[in-house]
Design a protein around this ligand. Sequence first.
Ligand SMILES: NC(=O)N[C@@H](CC(=O)O)C(=O)O
Ligand SMILES: [Zn+2]
Length: 436
Amino acid sequence: MTAAATGSVLISDVRPYGQGDPVDVLVVDGTITEIGAGLTAPDGAERIDGKGGVLLPGFVDLHTHLREPGREDTETIRTGSEAAALGGYTAVFAMANTNPVADNSTVTDNVWRTGREIGIVDVHPVGAVTVGLEGKQLAEMGMMNAGAAGVRMFSDDGKCVHDPLLMRRALEYAKGLGVLIAQHAEEPRLTVGAVANEGPTASRLGLPGWPRAAEESIVIRDALLARDAGARVHICHASTEGTVELLRWAKEQGISITAEVTPHHLLLDDSRLETYDPVNKVNPPLREVRDTQALRRALAEGVVDCVATDHAPHASQEKCCEFAQAKPGMLGLQTALPIVVETLVKPGLLDWRGVARVMSERPAQIVELTDQGRPIAVGEPGNLAVVDPDASWVVHGDELASLSRNTPYEDMTMPAAVTATVLRGVVTTREGQVTR
Ligand SMILES: NC(=O)N[C@@H](CC(=O)O)C(=O)O
Ligand SMILES: [Zn+2]
């Protein structure tokens, strides 16, 4: 097991959570040791000039696809880590739909070790719930949890755990282990051939529709299964207004259910499909304006807990064919914070404390990480992101760190930029460049 690197850094002229007068924050050997005005850096410490920007806890992404092992032409643990760090992330959860599938501790421990050696973001492998993501037989969750990676989240994401009895068993098993099951909520018998939100846009464009009920029927089923098992369940990429209402109901009942929303489901709607550009194809599909609005409000209220990117790199040849044939998924790590600013901070739905909550604190709590998503305070780990709230920049896929180019935000102007990221006191990015 490689030990996690720590470092020392003086971050000057920053406003924690965007509040109060600018201060300096000193991190020594990975831990915040001082916060105040006019601090001096010890010998050998790195320095970051925050230029009056906002200081936030490093972000935690519960839903990243890194494509290693198996599709290293589209993303590797290294390039995905770089994209994450540039986006302000200090921890990511790498989904299990790799090749081979991360359904055993050999794969999950390898992902974890590789991430650790690269050392610019904590890469936590997500284990598969079922062997080969086939939905037939439970994977060895206990072995993956007991391995070096200490896998704490399990998901067949990309596919739904469809069999209700198997899902029930998975929740019971997970409860015993103290780990989390994250569900890609999609009733597959309702989405055969589906590529776009079922609604007026899909009808007009002649695209087969993906009904809301495909998501919502699994959300309510799994809420009830979690209730009966006394287990926790997490809903991946919530995308509909109805899902929000079901989550609200389930939480009111005291059911241990949490949910994430992606930046693209906060910002984009199915009017983007008019061009038939497959870059806009994603699972679940882009919905309608009423859904984006409901999801924004739900995130602000805490009914939806957190933002997760569902960063899903794909090769250009898999994204340039006909809409129906293209692979679903889009890049997300480097554009997440600006989209949260655009959809929630600018309209006044969230302040910077709220951003820290949905990007860092809640996701860390959901997976019970004790070293991430912590307050910016003396004695806490130095996992931090510095944000220039007034920056504006234009997205160009070929300038992103990802090996793939499938960003739906090409040529879009983004508000706010991550200007530096710090992992345990080690500066991992500054001014848009990876420093390690
Ligand atoms: N979201 C997507 O459209 N695609 C994801 C799988 C997933 O998150 O469901 C992928 O792995 O490409
Ligand atoms: Zn999914």
